[in-house]
Design a protein around this ligand. Sequence first.
Ligand code: LHQ
Length: 256
Amino acid sequence: VLRVEQRDGWRKLVLNRPDKLNAFNEALHQALRAALEDAATAADCRAVLLTGEGRGFCAGQDLGDRRPGEGPPPDLGNTLERFYNPLIRQIRSLPKPVVCAVNGVAAGAGANIAIACDIVLAAQSARFIQSFSKIALVPDSGGTWLLPRLIGEARARALMLTAEPLPASTAAEWGMIWKAVEDDRLTLEAENLAARLAAQSTAGLARIKRALDAGATQSLDAQLDTERDLQREAGAAPDYAEGVRAFLEKRAPRFG
Ligand code: LHQ
C-alpha cells in the first residue's frame, strides 16, 4: 500500500493503491504513520517527498471500505481521531521538510493532506477537489483551517460548498500550492527540491516550521518573542557556525 524509497539523504513515500486512486484504507494509514515516524528520527532522512502511484495522488477515504447500511452507522469522528488527525499533526510537526508532488487528482482528505505538506508541487493535469459536500460530509484533515488561510475565505468557502474541481494552475495562481509544473517534469522537479532541502540544515528548517506554525495562531507581539527564542536556539547551534564559515570561505556548507 505504501512504497518507501531511500534516496541520498531523503525518502520518497509513494501512496500505492493506484486502482483506487490511492484512497486511504486502514493499512495505508498504518503504513504511512510508521514511515513518517521512522522518517522523523532516521539520520539518513533529512527530507520527505510524498507522492502517489498511477494517475491519481489520493482520492481521500476509501469509500468502499464499509458499505453504508451495513451494521450501525459508522463513527466518522472516530476515524478522524484515530487516523486523519494524527496524520496531519505528524506532517505539520515533522522536524524535517515534507514536499508533496501531486501527480494527479487529489480529492477529499487527499486534497487536504496535500496542502498540509510544507511545499506542494502539482502536475499541470492534476486537480484538487474538496469533494466532501458531494457525500454530505464536512471537509476534514485540517482543510477548514488551512484552505481559508491559503486562498482566502471566499474561495475556500465556494470550493468546499460546491466541490468544484480546481486545476493545478489555478491552485498555484491562488497561492494554494507552490507551483504547477509540466506533467513530465513533476518527478524531476520534486526530487531535486527534496534533495536540495536535504542538503540544508535540518534543524534549521525544523525551526522555521515551528516559527510559521506558531505564527498562524499568535499575535505579532507573541510571535516576536517566539522568533527571539528560536533565533537564540539557532544561533547557538553548530549549523549556524558552519553556515557562516562556509559563506566566508565561499564553499558549500556541510550541515550536521
Ligand atoms: C475510489 C475512491 C474512493 C474508493 C476513486 N474510495 N474507491 C474521513 C473520515 C471517514 C470517512 C469518510 O471520509 C473522510 C474523508 C474523505 O476523504 S471523504 C471524501 C472521499 N473521497 C471522495 O469522495 C472522492 C471519490 N472519488 C471521486 O470523486 C472520483 O473518483 C475522482 C474525482 C477522485 C476521480 O474521478 P475519475 O478520474 O473519473 O476516476 P474514477 O471515479 O473512475 O475512479 C477510478 C477508480 O478508483 C474507480 O474504481 P473502478 O473499480 O470503477 O475502476 C473508483 O471507484 C475508485 N475510487 N475514489 N475514495
